[in-house]
Design a protein around this ligand. Structure first.
Ligand code: 5HY
Length: 260
């Protein structure tokens, strides 16, 4: 199966490190097709960044409608439901995937993320996903997303220290890493922490394989149905549903569409 791993920020180095983490866990028959969004911010660190990044993300999906599954590799899960509207293939967001994985291996988890403003966004995701009971705390490290690309001892130590505080102060049973740029840190953190360390990119790959293997497609009934064809005006005209996936998605989409 072909899993499209999309980095919705425009930093290629970050895509490379998450692709490497994804390939390390992918099954023999899974191809990880990792791509970087071509338009939008170099890192996603707020609501505005996120809103602009979603168009680049949707562009990547529209240009390749035949992947078996898609992964949105950014911890804010930008555009997750919009992405699910334009395909019948499973679409995983790494935050949602990581939180669910955490509840399979622990009764509680804390999230360790980058900036304080990201912490607030992650807290909203926790509520959105109904994870309030399981999530002990969302912790910020004050590291900007692109600092993670340094892969320096300083960055490693800052994140490890916050994870250790999460274990001792929150008494959480697992750590969820709150940024796609932390995917490469698992090998460093794992032996140094007494609880499972969960990176959303790798668990999203395994969930994607599981969903495709189980024959599950995104529901096309109700709000996740394909977008209603209509003209869009101005700068977004080319995103109009009638000229996007509805024409280019090929047989796979058509089958599901007509069956629904
Ligand atoms: C991410 N931003 O995973 C996030 C989340 C964060 O560009 N990729 C980004 O740390 O703000």
């Amino acid at each position: 199966m072909r899993i499209k791993l999309i980095n919705p920020n425009t930093t290629v180095a970050m895509t490379r490190s998450m692709a490497s983490a994804a390939r390390d866990v992918a099954a023999a028959g899974s191809e990880i097709d990792a791509v970087t969004s071509e338009s939008g911010p170099v890192s996603i660190e707020g609501h505005y960044d996120e809103a602009i990044a979603v168009l680049g993300l949707l562009d990547v999906m529209r240009s390749d409608p035949t992947a078996d599954a898609y992964i949105i590799a950014c911890f804010g899960d930008p555009g997750l439901l919009a992405a699910r509207e334009i395909t019948a293939a499973p679409v995983l967001g790494i935050a949602e995937a990581a939180m669910h994985a955490a509840t399979f291996v622990a009764t509680s988890f804390s999230i360790v993320t980058t900036l304080d403003r990201t912490r607030i966004i992650a807290e909203a995701l926790v509520r959105n996903y109904g994870m309030q009971d399981a999530c002990r705390k969302v912790r910020a490290t004050d590291l900007p997303v692109l600092d993670l690309e340094e892969a320096s001892e300083r960055v490693n130590e800052v994140i490890l220290a916050e994870c250790q505080r999460a274990v001792s102060d929150d008494r959480c049973g697992a750590i969820v890493l709150g940024c796609a740029g932390m995917a490469g840190l698992v090998d460093y953190l794992k032996p140094r922490l007494p609880v499972p360390v969960i990176d959303g990119v790798t668990v999203a790959v395994k969930f994607a394989e599981a969903l495709v293997g189980a024959g599950l497609a995104t529901s096309k009934h109700g709000d996740l149905g394909f977008p209603l064809p209509k003209p869009y005006r101005g700068a977004t005209a080319r995103f109009a549903p009638s000229s996007t996936l509805s024409e280019g998605a090929g047989e796979k989409r058509h089958e599901v569409h007509t069956a629904g």
